[in-house]
Design a protein around this ligand. Structure first.
Ligand code: UDP
Length: 414
């Protein structure tokens, strides 16, 4: 596969993670050269999964693994169903209807006819393409892996019963945290997701670059701003963020920046955005931004320019926006849900909250304590360096490829 010119090489990460880490990756890949891996998900842009695959796939190829990335196609109905099921896996009381099952199966069957899954290992990401496992026949030489990026620990029973009848036919599953896993009769592996420190979203920016973006987005730097970057989704609680800002604003002259767009597989986005605009009204210190899917430079600058970064989710997958903010040395206040507590170690790498009031309390505390912001930010950055960079994710995939060749029941946790 041709590598785009802008794609960093493995050695480019050495200054950030150390040469030992890079040498170790090459060592693990040595016996995997020529292996063919295909990753399958449902969107090429928007959302954490797409972000991660975009970095992982070229690096796999550099290591000699023939890794391809396929995206399934579906109509808005399909994405409405899979969005509802996504919520159901998070525990929302969504009923499994025969019509929805039909829509889901039809799309999966149609994709099964066109998608190229010729590989040694087929890695299917999340529920949308999970039924492609129907292509696995007796004596199939391929290994099938289901990579679940969402918290499946307390799903709505109907939807999960249906999906798990497919998941159980995979050779292995991967979850993002032990707490997200569900009892399954197949081996389970635990991979933290990751970010790439060399992408446009995460690379170091000059102060001038940050200034230029903020000016273009119409955010004056006359006072500190607090920021939340996320899709306009109720589970990200943008209204709760606004309430926390209002409380903190009583004692601090600050701005609020809410930045997000809606992923192509998230039809609820526009509706939530409308609700947020309505709640915020014409507060001149609130900036509700709608970003295109490729606004990586803008997100980078917004995160670097912020005094505090929030992620006040009510439910969360892993929460890559938190990883991104921590990597930029920012003081983070985030909801204690999903993968956030694995990243934000309360009082060490950031602060956790449960309610808008609690969030406001932490914001006020941090606004009054610049040294504490700096301390948390520095430790947060080190925590990301050690656990949540793409090099660590790559290492886990390489170990998985080995494990699939020489199966054991052991979990890879680091
Ligand atoms: N993101 C983006 N544009 C947006 C909102 C989010 O590019 O308008 C990015 C964000 O920077 C992060 C990812 O999308 O890299 C979101 O991942 P996360 O795990 O935080 O949440 P998800 O959207 O997958 O639930």
């Amino acid at each position: 596969m041709n590598k785009p010119r802008s794609s960093p090489a493995l050695d480019d990460y050495a200054p950030l993670v150390g040469t030992g880490t890079i040498e170790e990756l090459r060592f693990f890949a040595e016996h995997l050269k020529g292996k063919r891996l295909v990753m399958v998900n449902s969107t090429r842009v928007g959302g954490g999964v797409a972000e991660m695959l975009a970095r992982l796939v070229p690096l796999m190829n550099e290591l000699g693994i023939e890794c391809r990335w396929e995206v399934i196609h579906g109509n808005p109905d399909f994405f409405r169903v899979t969005k509802a099921w996504h919520n159901a896996i998070h525990g929302a009381p969504v009923r499994l209807s025969a019509t929805d099952v039909d829509i889901y199966m039809q799309t999966n069957r149609k994709n099964a006819e066109t998608i190229n899954l010729d590989a040694d290992v087929v890695a299917i990401h999340d529920p949308q393409p999970a039924a492609l496992i129907d292509l696995k026949k007796n004596g199939d030489a391929r290994k099938w892996v289901w990579r679940c990026h969402i918290d499946a620990s307390h799903p709505a029973p109907g939807v999960w019963d249906f999906l798990s009848s497919y998941v159980e036919r995979y050779d292995a599953s991967i979850f993002s945290l032990p707490a997200f896993a569900k009892q399954l009769p197949i081996p389970q592996y635990l991979f933290f997701p990751s970010i790439d420190p060399l992408t446009e979203k995460n690379r170091i920016l000059t102060e001038e670059e940050v200034e230029a973006v903020l000016e273009r987005l119409g955010i004056p730097r006359d006072k500190p701003y607090i920021l939340q970057v996320s899709r306009y989704d109720r589970l990200k609680d943008p209204i709760g963020v606004y309430r926390a800002y209002k409380i903190a604003k009583e004692t601090n002259d600050i701005r609020l920046v809410l930045a997000g767009g809606s992923a192509t597989d998230d039809p609820e986005g526009a509706e939530v955005l409308r609700e947020v605009r309505e709640a915020v009204g014409n507060d001149p210190d609130c900036h509700v931004l709608e970003l295109p899917p490729d606004a990586n430079h803008e997100i980078n600058a917004l995160q670097r320019g912020a005094t505090i970064v929030l992620q006040k989710s009510i439910r969360e997958g892993f929460g890559l926006t938190v990883t991104e903010a921590l990597w930029k040395g920012k003081a983070v206040v985030a909801g204690a849900v999903g993968g956030i507590p694995a990243q934000v170690l309360h009082g060490v790498t950031g602060l956790l909250c449960h309610t808008p009031e609690g969030c406001a309390y932490q914001i006020r505390y941090l606004l009054a304590n610049p040294k504490e912001r700096e301390r948390l930010g520095k430790l947060g950055m080190e925590w990301v360096r050690s656990e949540f960079l793409v090099t660590q994710n790559l290492r886990r995939w390489l170990l998985l490829l080995h494990a699939l060749e020489y199966p054991t029941e052991r979990l890879i946790t680091r």
